[in-house]
Each structure stands twice: as structure tokens, then as C-alpha cells.
Design a protein around this ligand. Sequence first.
Ligand SMILES: *[C@@H]1O[C@H](CO)[C@@H](O)[C@H](O)[C@H]1NC(C)=O
Ligand SMILES: *[C@@H]1O[C@H](CO)[C@@H](O)[C@H](O)[C@H]1NC(C)=O
Length: 209
Amino acid sequence: MITEMYSCCILLMVSLLSVCSGIETQWKVQEFPNPIYQVEDCGRSADVEKSWICDPNKVISEQDVNDISDKLVEIYTNSRCNCAMCINNRTGYVVMVAIMPKMYRIINASNSMSDIIQDARVYSYYLSMYWGSFATCKQLVLLLVSRDDGVVYTLTQMDARRKLTDEMITKITLDNQKYFDGNDRVKMGQGIKSMINKYGELLRKPSTE
Ligand SMILES: *[C@@H]1O[C@H](CO)[C@@H](O)[C@H](O)[C@H]1NC(C)=O
Ligand SMILES: *[C@@H]1O[C@H](CO)[C@@H](O)[C@H](O)[C@H]1NC(C)=O
């Protein structure tokens, strides 16, 4: 009887501990895992290759994360960025995706949408520095989705912006807004896939210059 109680207590403690020591839901930018080096911290199984998508709290389904990850590789392989390194090495645009329940705001001026977007811009800038230092042609695109902030923000570095202009991004984001409105896990996965597909299409287009 006593042993039973003990094992019950231990079980309870373990489960409490796992809740307490559970992963963040509000992420400081410097603590958000890097999908290249911290595959498992990004919510993926240990046997998957390093990747460019991180969804530690599984805001969307693992299947959607895997599909998007494949798509990102395909964009890198099938597009061609503009500097000598891309051309010589036959590599393309690097699209990275960060998905979280909530960002820990860096500036936090107010709760107006424009101030939240300002934070999203700064947040994704830092992430692009942490994750994308290898993208020396300025060919990085970073999509940040912060569910509870209602943020879907896309950062583009200079070379990527030639193919994927701010106007295009605004239009694509608005076109897909319906997927993000209800904070529905399945729909959000569809929305991110849909946006990445569109980005891929545009990044693959030959330069008009
Ligand atoms: C890409 O090309 C550069 C020289 O243009 C070379 O130094 C570098 O090692 C190459 N990188 C890869 C991944 O092949
Ligand atoms: C941001 O500001 C609000 C109120 O002004 C505060 O409650 C919140 O804790 C602040 N910090 C972060 C990281 O969101």
C-alpha cells in the first residue's frame, strides 16, 4: 500500500516536473533553437536531417513541418541566387521558418499591431543573424509565425528581395490570412505551406534583369 502511494507520488512528481521544466512557450530570441544544430529542440525526431524550420512547441503538425522542410530544400536546389558563390556552387535561396506560440518582445513599445510588427521585424532580424550567417549572398528569406501575437512576418535579405518584393510579400500574406485567423493548428499548417509554395514559385523565376 505504502509502496503504491510512493510510486504514485513519484509519478505525479515526475509529471509535475515535466510540466515545470517543459519548454518555453514565450521565446527569447537568443534561446529559440537553431534548426541546423538543434534538430530535436526544434520538435523533430532525431533521425531527420538538419533543417531550416523550427517549431519547438508543435504549433503545427509534425507532418506539415516535414512537408515544409522538404519544400525548403527543393527551393534551395531549384532556384539560383545572384552572386558568384550561388552560381559556381549551383545553390539558391535559403528560406527559413520559425514558428512559436509567442515571441518575447524585444522592444515592446505597446500592444498596437504596428508595434508588434516592429518587434517581429527586430526579432526576425536577430534570428536571421543567428541562423543564416552562411547565407553570404544575402539570399535569405525568414518567415516568422508567432501564433498568440497574431504575427506572420517575412524578412528578406537584399538578393532575395529582388525576386520576392515587399509588395509581393504583403499580397501573399493577406491572401493567406484566412488560414491564420482562428489559431487552428491544421489551417495554420496549410497557410504556411501555401505561403512557402508561393515564395518558391517566385524565387525560382529567372531574373528579369
Ligand atoms: C562555394 O563556392 C565557394 C567559392 O566560390 C567555395 O569557397 C565554397 O567552399 C563553396 N561552398 C560549397 C558548400 O560548396
Ligand atoms: C511588454 O509590456 C507589457 C505591458 O506593457 C508587459 O506586461 C510584458 O511583460 C512586457 N514584456 C514582454 C516580454 O512581453
